[in-house]
Design a protein around this ligand. Structure first.
Ligand code: A3P
Length: 319
C-alpha cells in the first residue's frame, strides 16, 4: 500500500526527524530545511523537485512568497507566453484558475521523481515558493529564466493570515492575528523568513539580471502595462510594434486584472483546485496595497517597520 510505505519512508528519514519544527499560522507543522520553513504537506515533493528537476533553456520559473501575488503573476506570464495560441477573449484563464495552468512544483512532483512536465505545448512555466539558494542546481546550468515577485511584507502577512482562515485547517484552529504576527516577526511562516527569501532573489537579480527579474507587487499594481511589457522583454518574447498598436498589452493587463480574474467562471466559489484542495475564489480577496493599515495596531506597525528597516535598510530595497 503506497500510503503506508510513504509514511514509513517519512518517519524513517533521519534527516527529516532532526529538522527544527514549528507550528505555522494554520496550526500545521512546518520544518526548517535549507534555510526555509517548509510545510509538512509539501516537504517531500519539494525535496524531490530539488533533487530531480532537470531544467531546459526555455523554462520559466515564477518565484514568490505565498500571498505576494503569485496568482496574478501566473496569469500574466501565461498570457504573454501563450498569446499566439488564441485571442484574449478565448483565454484558458476564463475557465481555469491560474494555478491549474501554471502549477507549483509540489503539485507536479508529489512522490514522483520524474513527472511529465513537458506534455503541454509551449515552454514549461513552473511556480515555486522556495528561496534562491534552495533552487535545484540544474536551473543554473540552463538559460531558464526566473521571475521573482515580492510584496510589502505587512500586506503579505495580512493576506496570508486571511487566507489560512479559508483553507482547510487540519488539526488546529488558526491562531489569532497577534500571535501570528509574533511568528511572522521571527520569520516563522511558510517559506520564510521573508527577509532571507526576498534578499536572496534581490541580490541574484543584480548579479545576473538576464536570469532573474525582480518585481514588486506595488509596482505591478501602479504601472501594470509597463511591467507586462518589461516581463515580455525579459522573457525574450517582446511585444511587436504590431501587437503594441493593436493594444495587446492593454488587453492582457485587463484580462489579468483583479476584478476580471475574480469574476471568471473558473474562479467562482464552487470551483476547487484539485491538487490544493482550496477554493479558487480564495486567491482573490481585495488585491489592494496597504490593507495592513486596517488590521495592525500602531505597536505592531512600529515593530514591523523596525524589522523591515533592520533587514532591508542596507539593501536599498524599499517597501
Ligand atoms: P489580498 O489578500 O491582499 O487581497 P497569491 O496569489 O500569492 O496567493 O496572493 C494572493 C494575493 O494576491 C491576495 O491579496 C489576492 O487578492 C491578490 N491578487 C490575486 N489576483 C490578483 C490580481 N489579478 N491583481 C492584484 N492582486 C491580486
Amino acid at each position: 500500500d503506497s500510503n503506508i510505505s510513504e509514511l514509513q519512508e517519512k518517519w524513517d528519514d533521519q534527516y527529516f526527524q532532526e529538522l527544527p519544527r514549528e507550528k505555522s499560522f494554520s496550526g500545521n507543522l512546518m520544518f526548517k530545511h535549507d534555510g526555509f520553513w517548509c510545510a509538512e504537506k509539501v516537504f517531500h515533493p519539494i525535496i524531490s523537485f530539488q533533487k530531480h528537476f532537470k531544467s531546459e533553456d526555455s523554462d520559466i520559473l515564477l518565484a514568490t512568497l505565498p500571498k505576494a501575488g503569485t496568482t496574478w503573476l501566473k496569469a500574466i506570464v501565461f498570457s504573454i507566453v501563450h498569446r499566439n495560441d488564441c485571442t484574449v477573449d478565448k483565454s484558458p484563464l476564463i475557465n481555469s484558475n491560474p494555478h491549474a495552468l501554471v502549477p507549483f512544483e509540489y503539485q507536479v512532483y508529489g512522490k514522483r521523481e520524474n513527472p511529465d512536465l513537458r506534455s503541454a505545448p509551449g515552454p514549461l512555466i513552473l511556480s515555486t515558493h522556495i528561496p534562491h539558494n534552495a533552487l535545484p542546481r540544474s536551473i543554473f546550468d540552463t538559460k531558464c529564466k526566473i521571475i521573482y515577485l515580492c510584496r510589502n511584507p505587512l500586506d503579505q502577512f495580512i493576506s496570508q493570515w486571511h487566507f489560512i482562515q479559508q483553507i482547510d485547517v487540519e488539526e488546529n484552529k488558526p491562531i489569532a492575528l497577534d500571535k501570528a504576527f509574533e511568528l511572522f516577526l521571527q520569520g516563522k511562516e511558510y517559506f520564510g523568513p521573508f527577509w532571507d527569501q526576498i534578499l536572496g532573489y534581490w541580490k541574484a537579480s543584480f548579479k545576473n539580471p538576464e536570469k532573474v527579474l525582480f518585481l514588486k507587487y506595488e509596482d505591478l499594481k501602479r504601472d501594470t502595462i509597463n511591467q507586462v511589457r518589461n516581463i515580455a522583454k525579459f522573457l525574450e518574447l517582446p511585444f511587436s510594434i504590431e501587437e503594441e498598436k493593436n493594444g495587446l498589452i492593454e488587453d492582457i493587463t485587463k484580462l489579468c486584472g483583479f476584478e476580471s480574474l475574480k469574476n471568471m467562471d473558473g474562479n467562482k466559489p464552487d470551483k476547487v483546485q484539485p491538487g490544493l484542495q482550496i477554493k479558487n475564489s480564495s486567491f482573490f480577496r481585495k488585491g489592494e496595497v496597504g490593507d495592513w493599515v486596517n488590521y495592525l495596531t500602531p505597536d505592531m506597525v512600529s515593530r514591523g517597520a523596525s524589522l523591515i528597516e533592520e533587514k532591508f535598510g542596507e539593501s536599498g530595497l524599499k517597501f
